[in-house]
Design a protein around this ligand. Sequence first.
Ligand SMILES: Nc1nc2c(ncn2[C@@H]2O[C@H](COP(=O)(O)OP(=O)(O)OP(=O)(O)O)[C@@H](O)[C@H]2O)c(=O)[nH]1
Ligand SMILES: [Zn+2]
Length: 344
Amino acid sequence: MTDTTLADLGWSAPFARQLTAGEETLHPMRVAEVHRDRLRALGAAGDAMLIPSERAGAYAVGDWVLSDGTSALRRLEPQSDLTRKAAGHTVERQRIAANIDTIAVVTSCNADFNLARLERYLALIASAGCLPLIVLTKADLVADADDYRRQAEKLSPLVTALALNAKDMEDAGRLTAWCGPGRTLALIGSSGVGKTTLRNALTEFTAATAGIREDDAKGRHTTTFRSLVRTRAGGWLIDTPGMRELQLADAQEGIGEVFDDITEIAAQCRFNDCAHETEPGCAIRAALDQGRIDPDRLRRWQKLMLEDRYNSETLSQTRSRQKAFGKMVKGGQARGRHKRNPGR
Ligand SMILES: Nc1nc2c(ncn2[C@@H]2O[C@H](COP(=O)(O)OP(=O)(O)OP(=O)(O)O)[C@@H](O)[C@H]2O)c(=O)[nH]1
Ligand SMILES: [Zn+2]
């Protein structure tokens, strides 16, 4: 009992092209929830709980899978992939959501507004392969909302920025262009900026669609999230708990896009590992002297590059760093003992 078409769900040529001979009889379905041993997926014939064919971590909300009605037989390559560095010391990537068209960074026109943080989000969005949108909420509380909007749009030619009052349904409705039929939008941003308010305005949101308490196999209550939510405009909003703690990792490409003016200049430094400090032939310092680079923007770029390098450290690099640290600690203890017991 559904009148949802595959196109409404976001099915498009890049997915259709992935079908191989023999797969035409399978049903494409879009993953709405990822559970430990089941996937809830939406298709032209309605919802279904599917048995995954890969481990749960291989799937993300928004993925397309091919199903025979019972199982997810194959997962299709996503058009965009939002991931984050997994917790702990590994550099394994944790998938957060897939096939998002537009990611809206929600920030308010006051204390939360921070150009460096916006740039970090823009780099992350570019690395995920999504289109960025900046939504400045609480426009009703400030006199100069349009100034904030202009500052945000100056960050990158890819950016569209909107200033609005999230509590006003009509104003929030300006986002429907990004979440109509076949389109998927996601909202990210700090706590308290108005993401829930926007979600309420854009979807038939109720407490029941936010978290569903379920009993797991051991009889414990677990809260699962309905993460792919239909918008009033006929499209989709992806809202997963993982989006709240996004970090910048492996965003090199994204940083390059957001700071293309600076990376172009840096490419002209004499040394390709130039730290832009005292090296001869440094194009960055020359550009700074000529006032072609904004020093604040340069500092933000350097900070992002450092953070990205740290986050992208490979597993073996992490291990050898930890090992070297362990040796140093042990070595220190051994020497200490030696000193304290000189007679032995
Ligand atoms: N005046 C005004 N208040 C707003 C606007 N957007 C959000 N608020 C208020 O700001 C508070 C926080 O909004 P939420 O939507 O809960 O923020 P959130 O981003 O979902 O926060 P978390 O759930 O903590 O991640 C609420 O009291 C909202 O009513 C706005 O555009 N104008
Ligand atoms: Zn340099």
